[in-house]
Design a protein around this ligand. Structure first.
Ligand SMILES: *Cc1c(COP(=O)(O)O)cnc(C)c1O
Length: 352
């Protein structure tokens, strides 16, 4: 794409580092990260370990690597991971669990990306030698394909307790955990308390350009560090990018509430458009999934016509689209995006 869309609701990954964030990056103290000598990376890891209530943390170049390193550290080849059928690791990590950890995935259904302890209980295998060994339960909070839903803490605790009782480890993909924190008013450590590993993404709604931070026990992080090296994720003067993460955690968490308000606003506006139907009843955080089949257009056609009007919203299937609010789109931008969608739908209904 040559020209940047005026309003980009494609993803909260579209955020760009702000001027003051770039200043923090320019001024960062740095050292050799691979040798554990970068003071800014160390400060970021200490911050996230504390935030998630864990002993230690590891800075990684991406959220995907947080999942993949954690999976590798928790499992042996031939083991099985239990997770929701809509999980990021099932669909968007290029087969990483199979390629990098040699594990099978046992996927569970459930409303909005959430499953129950009872489902986990029936999925855990009995340990017979001719079956995979159930080893890890992995949850996503907030859920992505699930529509930005926030897991209730008691549901998370229930899944974790059952997993631990059956000898399985637990992992939380918290790419958007801070959205759950802001939406619920509950601390991050409360969401993560039952989970042996948990991570947050710095490059989504928090607005940093690069990175995720994986947290867990000292022993788990020592093991994860081996795989960070093995997967090529160890860096050098990474304080430059870690400084953006520190800035994000200090300045960009509370404001996620604005993204959630803008998501509600967008949902309210587009629900009034003929032919557009919201895919979920509630918008809890910053994602809005909606169906466009009532307009007579497919989702890719709608995306293309929106782009002509300077608005980018992604098609996630033949008839479904996803809009994600973030710090580079304000309420006026959301209003303009909704007007553009109304115009596209209206033009499609008019006989040419
Ligand atoms: C974006 C995302 C990831 C991967 O993070 P990257 O930083 O893009 O690699 C993992 N899980 C979920 C739920 C995500 O939304």
């Amino acid at each position: 794409m040559s020209e940047r869309p005026r309003i980009d609701l494609f993803s909260d990954t579209q955020t760009r580092p702000s001027r003051p964030m770039r200043e923090a990056m320019a001024n960062a103290e740095v050292g050799d990260e691979q040798l554990g000598e970068d003071p800014t990376v160390r400060a970021l890891c200490a911050m996230v370990a504390d935030l998630l209530g864990k002993q230690d943390a590891l800075f990684l170049p991406s959220g995907t690597m947080c999942n993949e390193v954690a999976y590798r550290a928790h499992t042996q080849p031939g083991d099985e991971i239990i997770l929701h059928e809509t999980s990021h690791a099932v669909h968007y990590e290029a087969g990483g669990p199979a390629a990098l950890s040699g594990v099978t995935l046992r996927t569970l259904p459930g409303e909005r990306g959430i499953f129950t302890a009872a489902q986990v209980r029936s999925a855990v295998r009995d340990g017979a030698p001719h079956t995979q060994r159930s080893r890890l339960v992995s949850v996503e909070n907030t859920t992505n394909i699930g529509g930005g839903a926030v897991w209730p803490i008691d549901a998370l605790d229930g899944v974790a307790a059952l997993a631990h009782q059956r000898g399985l480890a637990t992992h939380m993909d918290g790419a958007r955990l801070m959205n759950a924190v802001v939406a619920s008013g509950q601390p991050a450590a409360a969401f993560a308390r039952g989970y042996d590993s948990a991570w947050i993404d710095l490059s989504k709604g928090l607005g940093a350009p690069v990175g995720g931070v994986l947290a867990g026990s000292r022993d788990f992080i020592a093991e994860a560090l081996r795989f960070k090296h093995q997967f090529g994720g160890a860096m050098r003067q990474a304080g430059i990018i870690a400084a953006a993460g520190i800035y994000a955690l200090q300045h960009n968490v509370g404001r996620l509430a604005e993204d959630h308000a803008n998501a509600q606003r967008f949902a309210r506006l587009i629900a009034q458009i003929d032919g557009i139907e919201l895919a979920t009843d509630v918008i809890e955080t910053n994602m809005i999934y909606f169906e466009v089949s009532g307009t007579g257009l497919t989702a890719p056609q709608t995306a293309e016509r929106l782009l002509e009007r300077g608005v980018r919203i992604g098609a996630t299937s033949e008839h479904r689209m996803r809009a994600v609010t973030h710090l580079d789109v304000d309420a006026a931008g959301v209003d303009e995006a909704a007007r553009a969608l109304a115009a596209v739908a209206d033009a499609a209904r008019r006989p040419s």
